[in-house]
Design a protein around this ligand. Structure first.
Ligand code: LLP
Length: 433
């Protein structure tokens, strides 16, 4: 597909382009990877991951800052290593993610721990292994962090996540900044909660945290939220709190279609941060996930059957909702392209593109215009690097699909496809059977 010149320079730019009629991941033909690992699989581009991290890092130049990659978007060890080597910190939301960050070599003082329900055990593991800060989500959680810290003879650095009650104007399932959402404490209660935090000996307040949602395609909601954070910083400082760090969450959206979407650029987002918060002299943290990983990954799948239905044709492919759940869960759009570039002038036709899982929801796209395709042809789902592999399941006893990382002309399997025995033998049989 010819690169759209408007997008070529935007954050959607990636390293999956056609060359001589074939889709490449950097310098590797996607079909070559398919031949080596089988389908379906995820493939990521090192250059795109690095580029997207750099865009954020450069956007905050001139401010003391740390870009903490929200690894919930894609948490393979090889991806984490790529990003930590580029200088990223990490945002984690569970013990598993914390341990993944440590295993990838991320130092504790570059790991922030977010998440609505951290357990005492998770808090203990992070305090023992080293942590930059906990982003506290509620008063009961704050009490538990305090208690665990005292028990370990430590002082836990914390920010408190405030809910600024702004409309992120995104899909309801991924909006987090309205007062009816489960996240953070109401900003109106912040003074009381900070006063209480200051009285707890196991805690050290270091700043404020906010995150209003994901896949935001406008800057305005960020502006509203960050202005409220700026006011709160001044109020809390006047109350005597040492607010030196602002964690601004993630959420900047990506273009999921190549044609008509142009969400704000990281540089514009950085500019907004400077405008709204620059005068406070705080250290800035951001937690982007989707923008770093989303357009750095494809899911590649093979057409199993072309089936003619009443009034439409179905492409039944070997990837399914258990491998990429975003269309079923959020009605999300993913561009889908043929791995072999359609010849110029070839007429496309509408297909319903579906997986083999026994649910109507296992539909990736309806009436999607595609070049004529046959059984055995490869297709690629674009923008699948974030919230793709990490949200996969083994539903219908379909083994998790492999992940591959490309670097220039090299590629490596970074998570192999389990064999069926491996999957089945995880179950254990009780004695009485
Ligand atoms: N920080 C916090 C506290 C978050 O909850 C999230 C995402 C992020 C950072 C990263 O946001 P991002 O930059 O990726 O937008 N599964 C959904 C997205 C869920 C997002 C959850 N939280 C999807 O596939 O669209």
């Amino acid at each position: 597909m010819p690169q759209n010149p408007v997008l070529a320079n935007r954050q959607g730019m990636d390293h999956f382009l056609y060359r001589d009629g074939a889709l490449y991941a950097e310098d590797v033909p996607v079909a070559e990877i398919a031949a080596a690992v089988g389908t379906p699989f995820y493939v990521y581009s090192t250059a795109t991951l690095q580029r997207h991290f750099r865009l954020f890092d450069e956007a905050l130049e001139g401010m003391d800052h740390l870009v903490c990659y929200a690894m919930k978007a894609a948490s393979n060890q090889a991806i984490l290593k790529t990003l930590t080597q580029a200088g990223a910190g990490m945002d984690v939301v569970s013990q598993g993610e914390y341990l993944r960050a440590k295993a990838a070599g991320v130092p504790g003082d570059k790991i922030v721990f977010s998440g609505v329900g951290k357990t005492a055990e998770e808090i203990r593991v992070a305090l023992t292994g080293g942590i930059r800060q906990f982003n506290v989500e509620s008063e009961p959680e704050m009490e538990v962090i305090n208690a665990v810290a005292l028990e370990l003879g430590q002082v836990a650095p914390i920010t408190i996540r405030v809910n600024p009650d702004v409309d992120a104007k995104t899909h309801a399932k991924i909006a987090t900044g309205k007062s009816e959402n489960k996240f953070g404490i109401p900003i109106a209660r912040a003074r009381d909660v900070y006063a209480h935090a200051a009285s707890l000996k196991g805690l050290k307040v270091v700043g404020i945290d906010v995150h209003i949602g994901s896949q935001l395609t406008e800057l305005e909601p960020f502006r509203q939220a960050y202005q409220k954070v700026a006011e709160l910083t001044e109020t809390l400082r006047a109350d005597g709190h040492d607010i030196k760090r602002l964690d601004l969450g993630g959420g900047l959206g990506i273009p999921y279609t190549r044609s008509n979407e142009a969400p704000p650029l990281p540089v514009e987002y950085g500019q907004l941060i400077k405008e709204t918060l620059g005068h406070l002299g705080c250290e800035i943290e951001i937690e982007p996930g989707r923008l770093i990983a989303g357009n750095a990954g494809l899911m590649v799948s093979k057409v199993i059957y072309v089936k003619s239905g009443e009034g439409r044709d179905f492409l039944i492919v070997d990837g399914a909702m258990n491998d990429l759940i975003r269309p079923a869960m959020y009605e999300a759009h993913h561009d889908i392209v043929a791995v072999q570039e359609p010849e110029a002038g070839i007429e496309s036709r509408p297909y319903d593109i579906v997986g083999p899982v026994c649910e109507t929801g296992d539909t990736f796209a309806k009436e999607r215009n595609m070049p004529p395709l046959d059984a055995g042809d490869l297709i690629a789902f674009r923008s699948a690097g974030a919230y793709g592999a990490v949200m996969a399941s083994e539903y219908n006893s379909r083994p998790l699909i492999p992940e591959v990382l490309v670097h220039g002309d090299q590629f490596a399997v970074i998570r192999p496809r389990p064999d069926y025995d491996e999957m089945i033998n995880r179950d254990t049989i009780p004695e009485w059977l």
